[in-house]
Write a protein that binds this ligand. Sequence first.
Ligand code: WTA
Length: 660
Amino acid sequence: MTDENGTIESHPLHHGEEVESYPPSAEFRAQANVNDPSVYWRAAEDPEAYWAEQAQRLSWTKPFTETLDWSNPPFAKWFQDGELNVAANCLDRHLAAGLGDRVAIHFEGEPGDTRTITYAELTHEVKRAANMLTSLGVEAGDRVAIYMPMIPEAVIAMLAVVRLGAAHSVIFGGFSAESLRARIDDARAELVITADGGYRKGRVSALKPTVDDALALHGGGSTVERVLVVRRGENEVSMQEGRDLWWHEEITAFDGAHEPRGFPAETPLFILYTSGTTGKPKGILHTSGGYLTQASTTHRDVFDLKPESDVYWCTADIGWITGHSYVVYGPLANGATQVIYEGTPETPDWGRWWSIIQKYGVTIFYTAPTAIRACMKVGRQVPEQYDLSSIRVLGSVGEPINPEAWRWYRDVIGAGTAPIVDTWWQTETGAIMISPLPGLTALKPGSAQVPQPGITAAVVNEAGEQVDHGQGGLLVVQRPWPSMVRTIWGDDQRFVDTYWSKFGDQYFAGDGARYDDDGDIWLLGRVDDVMNVSGHRLSTAEIESALVEHHAVAEAAVVGADDETTGQAVVAFVILKSQQKLLTPEGAEVELRQHVTAQIGAIARPRQVFVVGELPKTRSGKIMRRLLKDAAEGKEIGDTTTLADTAVMQTISARMRGEL
Ligand code: WTA
């Protein structure tokens, strides 16, 4: 088989099964940032030297002499005696290099308003904002919560915070007041930066009122002293005297004179909360020098970025790690020109993304499989109406991409020729860990394939031993890497227990994986109680505890059932308290879906809620979610012999078929 991009070769996946692979074209390879395969073994021979070399591409106010301190595992210190200012690395140094007129951000608001912001302008605005934050008392070592729509001020706010040596905690705008408050409390933030509202699906979605609700919860009394509000949605908001300030009013007092200070490389840069296997979200802590080194290196090499000519677009929201590393820090550290779009792909219609690609001549496009599948469903006739010929590299992140979606993405969006980089990584890893390099790797649809240079990831068995080619197991990272999570904020023990107790010195990612016969890595999804819905991580325990907080619910079990579009979907099984039997199953479903939305946010809303009389439990009382997952997926129910009551699954299946 051949295509115009070169030979498609066939490789065995599992024994007997063939997968096609797509080597880079000679033309792409010749121009690629990384096109010498010796990079892999050179980095493997001395990973620290490799990363020290990458770190030299940043500007250090004080050079580091020690690359890695791993004397107290699993607490890594990278480049620790060096000092730098992360914001200055993303801004000022590009001006010093004469690049001030380069566009940093092409902003496209959902209603169609646009702004073009050069590096000089972005730097000026961040300096003013830093001065404003200083006047509000923000200092090195503080935490600032950011709850914003996808507008340039979100990026400006993040960079202004870190310019001062403070850390931000960005909370996705879809989270509820409860979730917001829990994160503010955990980080002990004294300032919240928000907006009145932002545009989503053709209307203004309010944010400031949620901040008000969050701060009023639990009788008020939060750590927050000030709320800074950007005007965007022009929706009605109330401003609390002495606490709330309008950004556009405050900022007028400040000019763009601000000298960045260097801070030690291990200065906390941000906390980002993510779901774990328990109900309480984990505050993933990232620090400065190592994080910026790996975010910028991978952004340059994995996407083959040419900052002088590429127009890059990552569709992630800044509320997620992808937005941190591949909208803010990676691209800006590399002096890239990028698109930031505020809204949803279907507004006003499904042509929106493709019209943006055509309008700005986007060359590198990075999105999630769930979005690709949604676009596939709508049909190729939509993107085919647009000129997408500027695209030269495509990226995928967040969940395994099924080969069918991969091929559609390459054919329809990438003209059948663009390489797709399927990037595996996590909030905890901070930056891309496993991915093809587009100038080197013969791509296999559905596989993230190869650890990045300088990264040692492996598939191991339960004993922590690497498995053979053709075998499956658990994914681990074997050596510390620069952008690794430093701890769980305020909870070192949980950090150790979660990631390092299973295999000791190897980082346990929580993902299943397998090697194919060539030794390429295929990710198989989570092996713990974390679900992946539309590329977003959700915890079964967190949703279960939200459900049992409802006055009518006695017990709840939540599973992630396979879903054609969203990868997985939340399906809940609940037992109602006896006095609540009058609530109809339909009534309970509506009410409980709404309840979860209010407690956590719409991303966690169950697709279905089934009222059941009993839950399948082992004799020791552990809920067997595996069986519920089978039922939710309409599959044959697996082995029920360890259940205390083997009849319970028959009753549940009958209930789900509507027979009871
Ligand atoms: C999953 C997102 C397969 C995985 C950057 C991981 C993937 C979790 C991929 C992290 C991929 C992410 N192929 N699975 N290319 N990328 N995942 O923290 O299960 O939101 O553990 O970070 O998403 O999700 P998180």
